[in-house]
Design a protein. Structure first.
Length: 57
């Protein structure tokens, strides 16, 4: 059984309609992406959200 924090997180995500996406990319690309995000001081999730929003628009 999941711990109380995990259960609370899942309830929050369900309430807000938040889902998890998964992608497969080459290891080298991922490492470069992580370094670039750290250098820019931005979260990886924000980069994906911004990209998806811009792509939709």
């Amino acid at each position: 059984m999941a711990n109380p924090q995990t259960q609370a997180t899942e309830r929050y995500r369900a309430k807000k309609g938040i889902i998890t996406k998964s992608i497969k990319i080459p290891k080298e690309m991922n490492e470069s992406f992580i370094r670039a995000c750290r250098k820019a001081r931005v979260s990886q999730a924000k980069v994906f959200r911004d990209f998806i929003t811009n792509f939709i628009n």
